[in-house]
Design a protein around this ligand. Structure first.
Ligand SMILES: NC(=O)c1ccc[n+]([C@@H]2O[C@H](COP(=O)([O-])OP(=O)(O)OC[C@H]3O[C@@H](n4cnc5c(N)ncnc54)[C@H](OP(=O)(O)O)[C@@H]3O)[C@@H](O)[C@H]2O)c1
Length: 254
């Protein structure tokens, strides 16, 4: 009986930013729990590799070249995804970028890139997918936030603003769709070793600052998101909505 709580067999998960990093790790984790995958990103070579990784664990994967800044492309791809898989049960809004600069040095275009990708992209994806979920009275939306949605660091003005926005967006979506069978939650990771943070990972001083600042004394590994994403995608979390679960080795508790 308890196995069924986390079983995603027969479910279809759409993951954005699925070409590498945490999106790749979460796609493989969802597949291991039984889900088939619709993989969205721009880099087709990366998407092909993730499709192969999903197929290796015995699940179906199809990829779609999607820019989450392009509403027409999103709408067309969601229609194609529905005709390919017939339904979408889980939406993981994960595509994200960062530009780290002091407030006075960040250009308006850099601000727009981060806010549009990390916040408006999630909004557009939800607008395209959730009406379908509402029509079936079930669905799980999982938004990637960050510890920087709750705590601050210098040079993170655009990123922290976007991730704080993701946490609030998650609550509003959760409220609006609570009675329609849709649960909306967010994941707030600390620093995980992916291409997004390679620059920090390769800077010994920054790397050590993050280790020292983390109660558990280390960075996260992408595989460590598996438990939380499967939980939020599964029946096990059916009475949980509007929450952000921080997966951060204790960073946000002090
Ligand atoms: N790694 C961390 O330490 C960390 C910590 C907290 C939160 N996060 C969040 O977790 C998410 C994934 O981060 P990551 O570390 O895995 O980053 P990553 O390795 O740089 O991957 C980012 C993904 O987003 C996609 N993407 C970016 N812009 C896009 C666009 N306009 N349209 C479609 N896809 C786009 C990229 O795909 P293409 O380039 O192929 O389009 C890529 O698949 C982000 O939301 C990030 O803010 C990461």
């Amino acid at each position: 009986m308890y196995d069924e709580l986390f079983d995603l067999s027969g479910r279809v998960a759409l993951v954005t930013g699925a070409s590498k990093g945490l999106g790749k790790a979460m796609s493989v984790a969802l597949a291991k729990a039984g889900a088939d995958l619709a993989l969205y990103a721009r880099d087709v070579e990366g998407l092909k590799a993730v499709k192969a990784a999903v197929e290796e664990v015995g699940r179906r994967a199809e990829f779609f070249a999607v820019d989450v800044l392009d509403k027409a492309c999103i709408d067309r791809s969601v229609r194609e995804t529905l005709s390919t898989f017939e339904h979408i049960d889980i939406l993981v809004n994960n595509a994200g970028v960062n530009v780290r600069k002091p407030v006075l040095e960040l250009s308006p275009d850099e601000w727009d890139l981060v806010l549009s990708t990390n916040l408006k992209g999630y909004f557009l994806m939800a607008q395209a997918v959730v009406p379908h979920m509402i029509s079936r009275c079930r669905g799980k939306v999982i938004n990637m936030a960050s510890i920087l949605g709750a705590v601050a660091l210098p040079t993170q003005v655009a990123y922290a603003s976007s991730k704080g926005g993701v946490i609030q967006m998650t609550k509003v979506m959760a409220l609006e769709w609570a009675k329609q069978g849709i649960q909306v939650n967010a994941i707030g990771p600390t620093y995980f070793e992916t291409p997004l943070v390679a620059q920090l990972r390769n800077d010994p001083e920054r790397f050590q600052f993050i280790v020292d600042r983390t109660p558990m004394g280390r960075w996260g590994q992408p595989d460590e998101l598996a438990g939380v994403v499967i939980f939020l995608a599964s029946k096990a979390s059916d009475f949980i909505t509007g929450q952000t679960i921080f997966i951060d080795g204790g960073w946000t508790i002090w």
